[in-house]
Structure formats: structure tokens, C-alpha cells
Design a protein around this ligand. Structure first.
Ligand code: SF4
Ligand code: SF4
Length: 471
């Protein structure tokens, strides 16, 4: 890998000495926001970092984590975004965001999140920590997370950024106070970040803001940073796509990277597009709850039908996404579970190469008709096997069920197929011996019928007398 700008001499796995420490000494640090104007809303004047540290202290921890890394700052920046990624990640459960933010996962360092929605601090107090990061004044490494695509800020009118975060007088004494675009923050903070993570399809591949038309000149973080970009730990941009992404994919990837840096987990594997390989190597179709319908050649005709959705617009067979394994939130929901065809939202070609949505993908008729043809044979054979396997070995023509027809007669074809089936089932072995008499013959009487006859529910005479007296 080529190393880029500045002090990028670390390789993945090496943690700068200055970032290693114990929980206690952070308590004594000086406030870096002294002298800044009052904040709106933050009446307690606490910082997220102080809150996280207090939570750790209340758990009786003398160290934030088991490994050499004590804490990691995460700066969440947003470009052309709908905030859906924020909603997804705040709903993650395995692990939950709260677990990362309170140092609750053994071995994982405390995550100090700076997020424009979740933050306690506001205004310049919020921005000051980003400035500290740029100036190398943090007491831990930092990670950048970018949500939304990055617009071309040269296209704005009057210098107001399309996507900004904070306003600053502080780069240089001569600078006028101005709004700072998140693109500028990426440029300033990217080289020093331990890792840069693009969350959601807008950030990973451009997504909807970069679709045909694209009046803001939007593009993905990877395109914007360039192929030579490497973080301080030597990593290109990490991509976690989805519109919105599965929140667990983000927290799970962050956890895996942090455990590796702590020397407590294996090296996480990323594919050639920078996606966590363990999350995106298989297709939606592979784990789809409707894959059995596809295989047997039965297809939904309209929305709400229970069968495979390929003929009403599902791209699942070619789309890398694990929502069918993980669910949308807390292992529940997800597109096919809730009746929606896959529109390829995790893919670099989304949305243009998957539109118009809800129309059978070109070429899908070839495979669906092949499934239909094969399925018409396989399906019927399976029904015969299923019917036979739904019988106890005692049952023959008679099924002693009060729920259904007593006689469950079988056709001649069925019987012939079963002879072959059984021959194959026990081929090379010894079939268990069956006494035909043990099967229920036609007109079979159950044990109570035979032993007690039809009167077996009559009460004995003395009981009858007692009952009559009571009346
Ligand atoms: S609904 Fe889509 S993903 Fe599921 S089986 Fe059908 S084609 Fe595959
Ligand atoms: S199944 Fe398809 S539409 Fe649904 S999240 Fe995955 S890629 Fe997006």
C-alpha cells in the first residue's frame, strides 16, 4: 500500500504511544472549551466525553478497556444525507451503540462519539474537539465517519456550503468567521484519522444525490478522497453501504476493527471495494426467506403475495447484502421479510442501474422460467415425499386423527414411488423390519375401543346412585 500525506508511518495494528493510557488520568484534564461563548441547551455544561467517563467510573472500572488502547474519538460528519444512517446506527443492537459509548464491551476501547444529533455540546464547544483533533491535541486516536455523499462545494452560491458543520474563526488569525463544509473537515482531518469510514450508500458510492442529474456534483467519499488515500494506520476508506444500511453492520465492523487493534481479535477482512467481507460476500438471495419459492418455481404476481418477488422487481440474486441474515433492526424486519423486492440499495450501481424499480430485472425471466419448469416436477415429487413423511410408521390407510378424514388413501403412482424411495433410502444398509400387522389395517379399532368396548365410559352403579342422590 502507498502511504500518503504527513505522519502516516504507522501500519495497521500499531498504536502511537501517546494514545495509550489509564482511565484515571483523563479526569484531571483541563477543559479545552474555556472562554468560548455559552452553549445553547447544554445547561449541565458537560461534554460527551465526561459523560462517558463518568459512566465508566460508575461501573467501578479502573481502566476503560483490556487492551492498550483506552479510548477512541469518533467524528461523525454528514454531507448530502437524509440522516437515515444515523437512525439505523442508533438502533443497532449487536453490538448496540450504547455499549460502545459506555465501554461495556470487554476489550473494546471507550468510543467518544461526536455526532451532531446526539451531542451534549453545541456551537463552538462542539466544534472545538474537531479543532483539537486537527491540531493533534486529543488524548486518543480518532476515526472519521462520513454519512451522505460529498457535494462539489464549488457549485454553491455565495460560499454557503451545501453541507456544513460549524463556523470558525480559528484556522488562522486572518481568517474571517465562516461556515465550514464537511468536505473541508474531511480534507483537514482525513490524513490524521486512524480510519475513515463511509456509512450508507450515498457515502460509499454516491447514492441518490449522485444519480442522473446530480446538480450538486455529489460523489462518494472514496471517489472524493482518491485511490491513494490512506489513513494514519494505512487504511483506504472503509465502506459500509446500504440505503439505509443495517445499523449492526456498522457497529459490528467498528467492534471488529477495535478488537484487532487491541490485539484481541483477528485481522478483519475487507473486499476489493473496502466492504467488510464477512458482511457483503454473499447475495440477498442466498439467505432470503423466499428462496425456497424461487427454487420451486413459484412467483408472486402482486405485492402482498408470499412467494418469490423476482417477477415484480427483485434483484436479490445479484446483490451483495446481508439484511436477510441480520434483519433491519434487532434481527427483525428487512426487505423480503416485509414484502419488498430488493432494489439493490447496497450496490455501487444504485440507483441508476437498478431503475425503474419494481419491474422485473432484465434477464430474470430466463432464470425464473428455468426454475418454473424444473420446479413443476420437483415440487410434485416433494409433496409425495412430504405426505408420506407426515405419517407415523403405524399408519397405513387409516389415520386416527379427529382433525381430518380418517382414511388417507394413496394413489397407485404414490405407492410405486414409495417403493423406489424406500429402496433408495436404505440402499447399502438394512431397512428396519416392519410387521405389516403392526400397521393400522382398514377398520382399525383403537386400544380403548377394543378393551373397554363402546360402554367403557359408563359410570359404575354405585357412582350413578351417588350422583342421583346429589341431584
Ligand atoms: S424475493 Fe428476491 S432475494 Fe428472495 S428468493 Fe426471490 S429473487 Fe431471491
Ligand atoms: S435487500 Fe436489497 S433493497 Fe433491501 S437493504 Fe439489501 S440491497 Fe437494499
Amino acid at each position: 500500500m502507498t502511504l500518503g500525506v504527513g505522519e502516516r508511518e504507522h501500519t495497521m495494528g500499531e498504536i502511537p504511544e501517546k494514545h495509550v493510557g489509564e482511565a484515571g488520568h483523563h479526569k484531571q484534564r483541563e477543559s479545552s472549551t474555556m472562554g468560548l461563548p455559552d452553549q445553547v441547551g447544554n445547561v449541565a455544561r458537560r461534554t460527551m466525553e465526561e459523560l462517558a467517563e463518568d459512566i465508566c467510573a460508575s461501573q467501578g472500572k479502573s481502566k476503560f478497556s483490556l487492551g492498550p488502547l483506552e479510548k477512541v474519538y469518533v467524528f461523525w460528519l454528514a454531507g448530502m444525507s437524509c440522516d437515515g444512517c444515523t437512525v439505523s446506527v442508533s438502533g443497532a443492537t449487536e453490538p448496540a451503540l450504547e455499549d460502545l459509548l459506555t465501554g461495556s464491551i470487554p476489550g473494546v476501547p471507550l468510543v467518544v462519539l461526536h455526532h451532531y444529533v446526539l451531542q451534549l455540546e453545541s456551537g463552538d464547544h462542539y466544534i472545538q474537539t474537531l479543532i483539537n483533533a486537527e491540531q493533534g491535541k486529543l488524548d486518543g486516536p480518532y476515526v472519521l465517519v462520513y454519512e451522505g455523499s460529498i457535494p462539489d462545494e464549488n457549485l454553491t452560491v455565495g460560499g454557503e456550503p451545501f453541507a456544513g458543520e460549524g463556523s470558525l474563526p480559528l484556522w488562522a488569525p486572518s481568517d474571517e468567521r465562516r461556515r465550514v463544509s464537511t468536505a473541508e473537515w474531511m480534507k483537514r482531518l482525513g490524513p490524521g484519522a486512524a480510519a475513515s469510514i463511509a456509512i450508507g450508500t450515498c457515502a460509499t458510492w454516491g447514492g441518490i444525490p449522485a444519480a442522473y442529474g446530480n446538480i450538486t456534483g455529489s460523489m462518494s467519499l472514496m471517489d472524493w478522497m482518491g485511490k491513494d488515500y490512506r489513513s494514519a494506520l494505512g487504511l483506504p476508506v472503509i465502506n459500509i453501504p446500504g440505503c439505509a444500511p443495517v445499523g449492526d453492520n456498522f457497529t459490528d465492523a467498528v467492534q471488529a476493527i477495535l478488537l484487532f487493534l487491541q490485539g484481541l481479535g483477528p485481522l478483519p477482512e475487507f473486499d476489493e471495494l473496502g466492504r467488510p467481507a464477512w458482511q457483503f460476500s454473499e447475495t440477498v438471495h442466498t439467505h432470503c426467506v423466499r428462496a425456497g419459492f424461487y427454487e420451486e418455481g413459484t412467483f408472486a404476481k402482486e405485492y402482498g403475495d408470499k412467494e418469490c418477488l423476482v417477477e415484480i422487481g427483485c434483484w436479490g440474486p445479484v446483490v451483495n447484502c446481508n439484511i436477510t441474515e441480520k434483519g433491519a433492526i434487532s434481527h427483525m424486519g428487512g426487505c423480503m421479510n416485509s414484502g419488498a423486492p430488493c432494489i439493490g440499495c447496497t450496490m455501487p450501481g444504485f440507483p441508476d442501474k437498478f431503475s425503474p424499480f419494481y419491474k422485473a430485472p432484465p434477464g430474470s425471466l430466463v432464470s425464473s422460467n428455468a426454475s418454473r419448469l424444473l420446479g413443476s416436477v420437483v415440487r410434485n415429487l416433494r409433496r409425495i415425499s412430504q405426505r408420506e413423511r407426515n405419517r407415523e410408521i403405524r399408519w397405513h390407510d387409516t389415520v386416527p386423527s379427529g382433525w381430518a378424514m380418517e382414511r388417507g388413501g394413496t394413489s397407485l403412482t404414490h405407492k410405486i414411488l414409495e417403493v423406489f424411495y424406500e429402496a433408495m433410502q436404505f440402499q447399502g444398509g438394512k431397512a428396519p423390519e416392519r410387521d405389516p400387522q403392526k400397521k393400522f389395517p382398514t377398520g382399525y379399532q383403537s386400544l380403548p375401543d377394543r378393551v373397554y368396548t363402546k360402554d367403557y365410559q359408563q359410570l359404575p352403579e354405585d357412582r350413578v346412585l351417588k350422583t342421583e342422590k346429589r341431584v
